[in-house]
Design a protein around this ligand. Structure first.
Ligand code: ADP
Ligand code: MG
Length: 627
């Protein structure tokens, strides 16, 4: 085939392939244009997850008839005049290709008026055709309406997911655009119903609270002002309020949302040693940098950038984060127990703790010879991951050789027995204990149980084993139907976002199987009417659990998959299990060890950690050079 220059509409369509992945990409481009036009309020209307309609109205500068005539043209922009500008980008857009490429794959219409102009104008474009500009009445500002996205690109259309999924992406885009622009008011409607209303706010903290709710945003710490050449501001989550997904981490460079591995790394490093490394801190971080020191023209949607001196940026961020976390004096136990850092424990919370304490005291009074039951003490339920490392083992007592042994038990696939058995309270009556085992088990460092086995020594991680036992039991229960639930007399409530409400709706069936029933409670809260009996017994705070569960569910879009269920059961088991650092009675130790065999079949806890280490007599003999 001879070489031919591609027709313009085809060039635009190819460009659209890079920039417009889904309806949320259109929302991003249109809102960015509104922000570049100096809007103070932006209204976004969506229909059918954006497939049918996306309309963005702003009260910004508006366009002249002459500008409007060029708006749909490829490579037409008012934001870049010479080559020098390309290395000093301060607007959100600059490529001049968004409107042209959107119009090549949808029906696009613009209505606009400059504040001082007597008349407004409209223009439309679709596929290969651009209609000429015509006068028409218009409010000051601009409204861009996009209908039937991907009408002429069936391959892309097929890639669009459910309405809820697309809506979720749109909501996420709005968050990324609204966070760095708190002074701009935003509304979002879907099929005529308002799903988000963000009034103009004086601070990022207020905007974050409006976006994510006070449960999440209320406890955030402002980043200590840094005065270096790279100013950094923002909000950080406390190490005791970590999330199971990185969903609440936002980095902004000069007001633009970016993803950057180096910055994520700095964030992870800053929390190292303060929190469980498997979890993610909440973080909204704003970095200002001289536009000449960063190239934003390396990625079609500009979500990745290239720094001239990335080490300097990493260093500046690291310093700002460390300073903030140090200044907050986050000794985990102190911060958890006093909870006084601009986030006082709600009276209801204190009351709940007090009544829990009373209930436990009552239990012991009324049951002088306690059944083999494990009770989570109120104190241990707030223990941090640091409890795992609170004391060093005494080297003299064990001899240094022990620590160098190959202690890991071999991993095996996790069997999921289909048989059903009565739900153990927390832990059921011990069935048949190996009598030889009983008198020889002791708890050390309130974390491990050391027991004599027939062929050596067992070291059990009490939390890991209990977690595994509960997990297995929950699985067994679920194969026989739903988990046992308990109805609340006074339902606990918690804040939810629009996205959360949709997740709850979408996952109703899954939640029902787990014994969870949640109803709406006002505009932005939900009430927990029914909660799994096991978690109630174990004193797991329902609202906290629901928060974590929602994060987990939102993370995974393939809702009906077995994996999500497993993840959720793992969270449940972890919450319900006894914690490290909790003293156990001999009866409780025996009850736990009674389940050892079953857990041994699966040698790791649901998080993949081993539950039990075995030292055989052979191992011991070798170590002591008996053989
Ligand atoms: P870019 O934003 O990269 O310049 P676009 O294709 O997104 O390219 O927009 C083309 C031009 O149309 C912009 O440079 C701007 O002059 C004008 N424009 C687009 N949207 C708006 C709006 N909401 N208000 C005012 N002008 C707009
Ligand atoms: Mg643009």
């Amino acid at each position: 085939m001879p070489i031919a220059v591609l027709p313009v509409h085809l060039v635009n369509k190819i460009a659209a392939g890079e920039v417009i992945e889904r309806p949320a990409s259109v929302v991003k481009e249109l809102v960015e244009n509104a922000l570049d036009a100096g809007a103070t309020r932006i209204d976004v209307a969506i229909e059918d997850g954006g497939r049918k309609l996306i309309a963005v109205s702003d009260d910004g500068s508006g366009m002249t008839a002459a500008d409007l005539a060029l708006a749909f043209a490829a490579h037409a922009t008012s934001k870049l005049s010479g080559e020098d500008d390309l290395f000093r980008i301060s607007t959100m857009g600059f490529r001049g290709e968004a409107l042209a490429s959107i119009a090549s794959i949808a029906h696009a219409h613009i209505r606009t008026r400059r504040r001082d102009d007597p008349s407004g104008y409209e223009a439309s474009a679709s596929g290969e055709t651009i209609e000429p500009v015509r006068p028409c009445p218009s409010a000051a500002g601009t409204t861009v309406t996009i209908r039937d996205l991907f009408f002429n690109t069936p391959a892309r259309r097929k890639f669009m997911r459910t309405v809820n999924t697309e809506l979720g992406h749109i909501t996420e885009q709005i968050a990324r655009l609204a966070l760095p622009h708190p002074h701009v008011a935003f509304t979002v409607t879907h099929n005529g119903r308002e799903i988000s209303n963000l009034p103009a706010a004086a601070s990022t903290a207020t905007r974050a609270a409006d976006l994510f709710g006070r449960d999440l945003a209320g406890g955030l710490m402002p980043i200590a002002r840094s005065s270096g050449p790279i100013p950094i501001a923002g909000l950080l989550g406390r190490p005791d309020a970590m999330r199971s997904a990185p969903r609440w981490q936002y980095f902004f460079l000069n007001g633009r949302y970016i993803r950057d591995r180096l910055l994520s790394h700095a964030l992870r490093e800053a929390y190292r040693g303060l929190a469980d490394p498997r979890n993610y801190p909440v973080a909204m971080i704003f970095i200002e940098i001289d536009p000449a020191d960063v190239d934003v023209n390396v990625h079609p949607t500009k979500v990745e950038v290239r720094f001239r001196d990335s080490q300097a940026v990493h260093g500046a961020l690291m310093a700002a984060l460390r300073q903030t976390l140090n200044a907050a004096n986050l000794s985990p136990s102190a911060s958890l127990e006093t909870d006084d850092f601009d986030h006082p424990a709600a009276p209801a919370d204190q009351q709940r703790r007090a009544s829990l304490r009373e209930a436990i005291a009552d239990f012991f009074k009324s049951a002088p010879a306690p059944q083999p039951r494990l009770i989570v003490s109120e104190q241990s339920s707030v223990k941090s991951p640091h409890a795992y490392h609170c004391e060093q083992p005494d080297d003299d007592a064990f001899g240094p050789a022990v620590t160098t042994l190959p202690l890991m038990a071999p991993r095996q696939p996790i069997p999921l027995p289909p048989q059903s058995s009565p739900m153990p309270g927390p832990i059921a009556e011990p069935p048949s204990l190996d009598p030889a085992l009983l008198p020889h088990a002791i708890q050390i460092h309130q974390t491990y149980i050391v027991a004599a086995g027939n062929d050596g020594v067992l070291i059990v991680d009490q939390h890991a084993l209990h977690e595994r036992v509960i997990y297995n039991e929950l699985r067994r229960r679920l194969t026989g139907g739903a988990l046992t639930a308990q109805r609340a007399l006074i339902p606990e409530t918690f804040h939810i976002s629009t996205a959360d409400a949709e997740t709850l709706e979408r996952c109703g069936e899954l939640l029902a199987r787990l014994g969870i029933e949640v109803g709406s409670f006002g505009a932005d809260a939900a009430a927990i009417h029914q909660f799994p009996a096991l978690l109630v017994q174990r004193g797991v705070p329902a609202a906290d659990f629901m928060r974590e569960l929602l994060d987990k569910l939102a993370e995974d879009e393939t809702m009906d998959s077995e994996r999500v269920l497993e993840d959720v059961l793992a969270i449940m088991a972890c919450k319900a299990a006894i914690k490290a650092g909790q003293a156990l009675t001999t009866t409780e130790i025996d009850a736990l060890l009674a389940h050892l065999d079953e857990a041994e079949k699966a040698s790791s806890c649901p998080h993949g950690r081993p539950t039990t280490l075995r030292l055989s007599l052979k191992d011991l003999e070798k170590q002591f050079k008996r053989i």
